[in-house]
Design a protein around this ligand. Structure first.
Ligand code: CA
Length: 236
């Protein structure tokens, strides 16, 4: 099923991309790897975010409003040697961008697979920082509800919760992405590994079991986001 290798958020990444779906996908996979992220949707705000955040890696889409990813890459290169991965819409754009010699470290043509994307990111980090994926067990959650993905333990107010493997995976996915609303079909696909309209009832049933095990605060910890699905949220 799902096993997340979570690390502390040692690496902070900046993504400059204006397509919400690509942003959402990249965010999902990078956060699942334990990276923290800032996003910007156009050239100028990407440049501003770079100045504010000093990220350890930058992902730039070429086609951006304001000024494009090539220009942003040039500007960042004038002040920093940070690893830069460029995203391009077509293979010809990649060739063109390489030809311009603007100093990006790697290029990826859309559409790309999450596996390839993550592999490229890790390769860039390894080269630049001798990044070496330390499998550090980390506890996720807030003051009340906590989960230890490596040991597959969840506690509420210090009390161990008796969860089925599916309930654990479901909670793990939600808690690895606090505040992020997942649709039923997304949860079904990620936790159960298939998509099917009828299967969404299964998700509803498991969420309700999970909430029951979380007691009186169940519906507060796993919130219903109207018209979307469910999100884990715990106020610190
Ligand atoms: Ca774009």
């Amino acid at each position: 099923m799902l096993y997340y290798q979570l690390m502390t958020n040692i690496f902070h990444l900046l993504l400059v991309e204006d397509e919400p779906q690509t942003v959402q996908m990249i965010r999902f996979y990078l956060e699942r790897e334990g990276f923290s992220m800032t996003t910007a949707a156009d050239g100028p705000s990407g440049e501003a975010a770079f100045g504010r955040q000093t990220p350890q890696l930058v992902i730039l889409d070429i086609m951006l409003p304001g000024f494009d990813g090539l220009e942003l890459c040039r500007r960042i290169r004038q002040q920093s040697a940070v690893p830069i991965l460029m995203l391009t819409a077509r293979a010809e754009d990649t060739d063109k961008a390489i030809g311009l010699g603007i100093g990006a470290d790697d290029y990826l043509t859309k559409p790309f697979s999450p596996t390839e994307f993550i592999a490229r990111i890790k390769a860039l980090l390894r080269r630049a920082y001798r990044y070496n994926e330390p499998p550090r067990p980390t506890t996720l959650g807030g003051p009340r509800l906590q989960i230890d993905p490596a040991r597959r333990r969840a506690t509420l107010d210090g009390r161990l919760l008796e969860l089925t493997p599916i309930e654990f995976d479901l909670l793990n996915l939600l808690m690895a992405n606090p505040g992020w609303a997942f649709t039923r079909s997304h949860l079904l696909e990620k936790v159960w590994g298939y998509s099917d309209e009828a299967g969404e009832e299964t998700v509803t049933a498991h969420i309700s079991n999970l909430r029951r095990k979380l007691g009186s605060n169940g519906a507060e910890l796993i919130r219903t986001v109207r018209g979307v699905g469910y999100a884990y949220q715990e106020d610190a």
